[in-house]
Design a protein around this ligand. Structure first.
Ligand code: SF4
Ligand code: SF4
Length: 355
């Protein structure tokens, strides 16, 4: 097959595996290395220390797979309406863990490419790879002011998979930046994490604080968290490039059952939690962070009906544990009681955008 025929055959196979977006970059594509290093030097990666390591591979894709010639980028649409719940879980986390099923599909594509004489290395957000700048070079979209990859057709909702290959495939034209004068994402961010366009301050970002951050929820961001239990979709939701985006068709992303009220989850054991969320991104969060976040959400949106479960949790939790669930429960109790004492002040609304 010619390189064009190989690329087309791969595009067809990728579509058959559920990927809606496909593109190829050369392994020598420019990746804004200086920008990344400045971001790290400014400490805006918060406690994500792994982002400071392996930069000789992260910033030089040619070191990721010796003799690699091309990088295939694949995108899978994750947009879906939020379930009717009084709290929010990020769209990508409602169903199965995408790392698992996307990786399996990449491996199948790699096996096919092997029959064409290529050596491959796949990854899904699990290796030091600059996925979004590479996707931009492969024409899948541009890295917007919200730092997400924005695609003309699918908006800000593509989950990315990457295959490094020794096959020489014709590269696509890089996508140009189409943010223009828009600032909707920064304007909508409840914590000011996008104060500098194109630069996310993870220390202020609710997607980081609710998921990756392991300690206490910083008091200064608890109210801003609103009803966000896991992740934050706000700066993706508001992007005007979503207007042509369809909802996800991927069965594995379909929402798994979640408790209708967070108070029902406050008495779960770690075993119950793990069994309930096996195979989903919520499993990696673990019960302690779930309880921490649930207290924050209930503090913002809860009512007197939630007080008995919160009081029980406060009494049962080890005050020396990290995160300190007892103190988060006490915070929630105090917030709910303060609202009850001032009935003219409504509880924070459980709006679809999490605010
Ligand atoms: S994910 Fe949420 S908190 Fe983080 S930058 Fe986007 S809007 Fe702000
Ligand atoms: S909301 Fe506007 S500024 Fe932000 S990524 Fe989308 S187009 Fe760019």
């Amino acid at each position: 097959m010619t390189p064009d025929e190989t690329k087309n055959a791969l595009r067809v196979a990728a579509a058959a595996h559920g990927f809606q977006a496909f593109g190829v970059a050369t392994v020598a594509a420019p990746l804004r290395r200086e920008y990344y290093l400045r971001w790290i030097a400014g400490g805006q990666n918060a406690a994500m220390g792994w982002m400071e390591r392996n930069n000789e591979r992260r910033l030089r894709p040619e070191n990721f797979l010796p003799q690699a010639r091309s990088i295939v980028m694949l995108g899978l649409n994750s947009r879906q309406p939020p379930p009717a719940l009084p709290y929010r879980v990020a769209s990508y986390a409602l169903g199965e863990d995408y790392h698992n099923f996307i990786f399996k599909r990449l491996k199948k594509l790699c096996a096919l490419m092997r029959t064409w004489g290529g050596e491959q290395r796949p990854c899904v957000d699990t290796a030091p790879v600059m996925e979004k700048p590479i996707a931009e070079q492969a024409g899948l979209g541009w890295q917007g002011k919200n730092t997400l990859l924005v695609n003309r057709e699918h908006g800000a909702w593509l989950l990315l998979g990457t295959i490094f290959t020794t096959l020489e495939l014709p590269p696509d034209a890089p996508e140009r930046n189409n943010c223009g004068l828009c600032s909707r994402c920064a304007d909508a961010c409840p914590t000011g994490a996008l104060a500098d366009p194109y630069r996310l301050d993870a220390r202020r970002c609710l997607a980081y604080l609710t998921v990756e951050h392991t300690g206490d929820f910083p008091p200064e961001f608890r109210e801003a968290a609103g009803n966000r239990l896991f992740g934050c979709d706000t700066c993706a939701d508001v992007c005007p490039w979503n207007r042509r985006a369809a909802d996800a068709t991927e069965e594995k992303l379909r929402p798994r059952p979640l408790p209708p009220d967070l108070r029902d989850s406050l008495a779960w054991t770690p075993q119950e939690y793990d069994a309930r969320f096996a195979g989903t991104p919520l499993k990696r969060l673990g019960l302690a962070r779930w309880l921490r976040n649930a207290c924050v959400v209930l503090g913002n949106t809860g009512t007197a009906l939630d007080l008995p479960a919160l009081e029980k949790l406060a009494a049962a939790s080890d005050p020396a544990a990290a995160p300190a669930i007892a103190s988060h429960a006490a915070w929630a109790i105090a917030k709910i009681k303060a609202r009850a004492a001032a009935p003219d002040v409504p509880a924070a609304p459980a709006t679809p955008d999490g605010g």
